[in-house]
Design a protein around this ligand. Structure first.
Ligand code: SF4
Length: 367
């Protein structure tokens, strides 16, 4: 059982084997100009991505759905989703971004008003500043608690699922509050509602997620199968990405500031955090020259792997220079800190400008 609300670090290969997720590398060669997260193996698995690929190649309609849960500050781990959305926007996707305020309320005890404010300040502004134009007609951002179409659909889904099934998937117990029990049904409705007649009918739909969210995907696919006669839903496809580790080497978490670079950190804070992140360097310079470093154990390298858009060659050069002992951690950290500082100086200017637009996004009526 995978618990989508826990904070364990997951073993990716085991998950693929246990839950029938296919390796993404098997399909990578068929994608024209794949995203860097695909090329670098960060997106490592998929279910039924073939359908999405066919829609992209044939210029047909397809949807991408990915929610944001406004329960804390947005960090660079979350940025990965925005980077993917920008790519899918370029491929012609309809994009749906539910703000999971109902989940925040039931699982984190955050009220709807606070969720809305957090979503605008922390997430929507950052999405825009990262380069996703949320004012476009093909992009639909909404609060779960205000989307009656989604809520009605969740109620219809509820008839097709019983408590024993949810308990087996999520580990709910007799003391789990019923709002929390209802959340997976709302999420299934988030994922499938782009296929309703109101949005143009059935179409391939992709949900890019971390593997911890796979229980929601499996449940949603089951519900879609059970309602074939009524809706003719196409089973949603999914991709699975690895999580960037925290700066200290464990899990990156909004509730542990030392583990994460937040998108609202100042450039100075970010520079400091990079320079103090865990590396894969050796005890002494002499040892590092002789044995080389271990980029696989290094969070500084991971920052480049996940966030340095563009050329893979530059990344490869850092990897090789580290392994063969010609690059020392001091110089490397300083280069990465400079890179991040420049990125965030630019980003924070854009973010300031985006705040006004962010406030108007949730007032945009799509339903
Ligand atoms: Fe990490 Fe760079 Fe040190 Fe290698 S040289 S271990 S990549 S900080």
């Amino acid at each position: 059982m995978i618990d989508p609300w826990s904070s364990r670090i997951l073993e990716y290969n085991k998950i693929m084997e246990n839950f029938g997720i296919k390796p993404f590398k098997e399909i990578l060669g068929e994608i024209k100009d794949p995203h860097w997260l695909m090329r670098r193996g960060i997106i490592f698995g998929h279910r039924d991505y073939e359908r999405i690929l066919a829609a992209i190649n044939d210029g047909k309609d397809f949807a991408v759905v990915t929610g944001m849960m406004p329960s804390g500050r947005m960090h660079i781990g979350h940025k990965m989703i925005v980077d993917q959305l920008i790519w899918y926007d370029e491929q012609g996707a309809e994009i749906y971004i539910p703000i999971a305020d109902m989940e925040s309320y039931s699982a984190r005890d955050i009220d709807f008003k606070e969720s809305r404010e957090l979503a605008i300040k922390e997430y929507i502004s950052s999405y825009i500043a990262l380069g996703l134009d949320l004012t476009q007609d093909n992009i639909n951002v909404y609060l779960q608690s205000e989307n009656l179409l989604v809520e009605d659909l969740a109620y219809i889904f509820a008839k097709k699922v019983n408590f024993n099934e949810l308990r087996a998937i999520y580990g709910f117990t007799g003391s789990t509050n019923m709002a929390h029990v209802y959340v997976p049904l709302i999420q299934a409705a988030d994922i499938l509602h782009p296929q309703l007649g109101e949005y143009g009918g059935p179409k391939p739909t992709l949900v890019p997620v971390g593997p911890d969210q796979d229980p929601h995907i499996r449940l949603t696919r089951d519900i879609a199968s059970r309602l074939q006669k009524r809706y003719a839903f196409i089973l949603p496809s999914s991709t699975y990405h690895r999580f960037m580790r925290g700066l200290t080497g464990g899990k990156m978490s909004s509730s542990k500031p030392a583990t994460a670079i937040f998108l609202t950190d100042t450039p100075d804070e970010i520079e400091w955090k990079v320079k103090n992140a865990k590396t894969g360097g050796r005890e002494t310079l002499e040892e590092q020259r002789r044995l080389g470093g271990v980029p696989e154990d290094c969070i500084v390298y991971e920052i480049l792997l996940y966030h340095m858009a563009g050329s893979d060659n530059e990344l490869k050069r850092v990897y090789e220079d580290c392994r063969n002992g010609t690059l020392m951690c001091g110089e490397c950290k300083s280069n990465v800190a400079d890179y991040m500082r420049r990125f965030f100086e630019e980003f924070s200017k854009k973010r300031k400008k985006a705040e006004k637009i962010a406030e108007s996004i949730l007032d945009k009526v799509h339903q």
